[in-house]
Design a protein around this ligand. Sequence first.
Ligand code: SF4
Ligand code: ZN
Ligand code: ZN
Length: 315
Amino acid sequence: MASRGSSSLPTEACSYCSSAAVYVREHEGVRFCAACFRDAVEDRFRRTVVKHRMLEYNDHVAVALSGGKDSLTLLHLLVKLEKRFPRSTLTAVCVDEGIDGYRDEALELARAACAKLGVRQLVVSYRELFGTTTDEIARLKLGQTPCSYCGVFRRKAINRAAAMVGATKIATAHNLDDEVQTILLNMLHGDPLRIARSGPVLRDPRGSFLPRIKPLCDIPEKEIVFYAYLTGIKFQTVACPHGHEALRNDIRSFLNQMEIKHPGSKFTLLRSAEKLRNQMLQDLTLSELHECVKCGDPTPHELCEACVMLQTITV
Ligand code: SF4
Ligand code: ZN
Ligand code: ZN
């Protein structure tokens, strides 16, 4: 197999054993054979969990499972980790946004993965929770993109599903690329305080919403794709028909170019945001959250974002 991840380093032996290298981690200057690459990804996942104290020995984790590469890889890694903690529980929570020709395949892949791994699964839908679907919202041609609604509703749907199964935590599959894209998006939207409400772990000091963890936040997207490929994880490759977030796509291209020219840029940006969050923002922002007057979810305003959006939809 050809070397991946670098054009400047030749394909040689793995830096950790004598097997042929199949992947180069450019910013660290190390090469991996397939087995050592998988070990390295699993090691980074475990280190992230430990570093941010994401899990307790008896947690019931609701894994937000979409059927894409990231969430299926997250489920796979959490199942491996869970075997070492017999008092912990995993439940996959899936959301059907109501997107014809797209979500059905992903839900089937998610169902098959849960059956194979022996993980309980709960599927909730926008139709049952909000009385509408992403396809219907797209047809209304509102001022914002369907993704703006869909993303807010998904967060709420996952919260609901996690509460239904009695979870103590929610794990989402945001990877390093997602995280740094969102950091720049927030800056470009003029909303830097949102950086404080994100991060690898989000806990509510008053305990009125479930902690959310992102155990893949230190793993680049391309490493997740390669890990899934090497591990035989089947995931959805078809793109959502509504997914045209122009600004995010531009940021993705910019960050990928930066990473090629300046390896490690994405990690540096993530660490910068962590410093900002830890030193200046988190306590301030979390203390500003209170309960939405309509649904009770945490929000810095009178109504949460989802309830505001629901008011704009007339179907
Ligand atoms: Fe929803 Fe946008 Fe994702 Fe499609 S791309 S599932 S519309 S958030
Ligand atoms: Zn090796
Ligand atoms: Zn609300």
